[in-house]
Structure formats: C-alpha cells, structure tokens
Ligand binder design. Sequence first.
Ligand SMILES: [Cu+2]
Length: 246
Amino acid sequence: MRKVTLEGPIRICDCLAILALMLMTIPSLLAGEITGTVKWQGKVPEMKPISMAADEDCQKMDRDEIPRNESLVLGTDQHMANVFVRLKSGFAEKVYVPPREPVVLDQKGCVYIPHVLGLMVDQPLKIRNSDGMLHNVKTRSRKNRPFNLGMTKNKLETTRTFTKAEHMITFKCNVHSWMTAYIGVISHPFFDVTERDGKFSITGLDPGTYELEAWHERLGTQTRTVTIAGDESVQVDFTYTRPQKK
Ligand SMILES: [Cu+2]
C-alpha cells in the first residue's frame, strides 16, 4: 500500500488549498434565495387541442393525445407552467460567466419543448429536430441578430448563441403556424422558469433589495420588491387570473 504523508511543503500546500476552498465555499453557503410558486386563480378555461390539420405528418404522430393550446398550461392545484421569473434589478452589475452546457430547445411532436426557456448571454442554445421532418426556426428579436433557419430531416441539430441580453425572443416555425417558443436571454444567472408544479427558485443571492419579475406570454408581468438579509430563504408567490374585460 502506498504510504501518504503530510509533511514539509506538501502539508503547507494542502492547508492553503483547503483554506482557499473554504473561502470560495463560505459565501455561497451564506447566500440567500428566493423561492415560490405561481398559481392560476379562478375558473380554469378550456384549452383546446392544437389543430395540426395543416400537416398530416404532425397530426398522425404516435402519441397519447394532441397537445393543447400552450398559452395557458396548468398542473395540479392550478399551478402555472411557463412563467419566466427573474431578477430585474438589485444584483451586482458585473460580467457573469455563462455555463458551458447548452440549453436544449427541441422540435418534437410538432411543438417546441420547452415552450418557454431561459439561458445566459453567450450560453449555447442547442436547437434539436427530434421529429426528423421539415421545421423552420425563425426568431423575432430586436437586440440580437434574428435568424431564419430551415431544419430538414438532414439537419437535426444546430447551435446558436446570443450576444446580448433580450427578454423575450419569440421563436416561430414557418411550416407550422402553431409552433411558438419564448426564450429569455439574461445577463446574469438569477432566473428560473416554472414547470407544471409552478415552482421557481433563485439562489446564490447576496444580501440586498431586489426587484423580482414574473412574466407570462399572455398575462403579462408582475413585480415584487424582495429584501434578503443574509443566508435566508424568502418565499414570494405570484397569482394570475383572467384579465378583466375593459
Ligand atoms: Cu415546424
């Protein structure tokens, strides 16, 4: 068996390395977070199945049921999916390093999956065509250069990055009019998108006062002012309801 000793210069190096690791870890352990849920309040509207009659290949795909209109997606207890929650102000104005791992936007079953997603400036977005049939990705953006990309059965994957923060960029398919996705490109890592459980979590926050915003494609934005005093978890819940008729 190899004998390991901690004597002489190695020991000092080890101590310094452990100290450095502790210094890097302690701030994140002491960081605060904002968590919460987003719920729909009131009568649940009936969301009709998407009409895919324009493309027989989409319509006859093997699946349990045709997806429903995605402009309101609820889970159990009326929790809302596809709400983009982000810090709008209060965070340190600095350059945040984006993750190297790509975020994936898939074209599967003739819909975009996910319908709403977020990524950081310069983080790769992998656009996948799991359907292996003709789709077209056209972006509607003002700050980043728009693109219009045919994805044939021979082009199943491509990667793009966005150099500027933009909230939100609309993705549409020219072949299938119902296919829409919304992408938030954010300059910092403090954002989340709800799934059907309606939950969001924004972590790694220094003490301070923040403006927190929830965004929904049809129902608009809501903001809250949230103060984090230290290593605490502050709960903030959002509620959306049917807009009042004017
Ligand atoms: Cu398409």
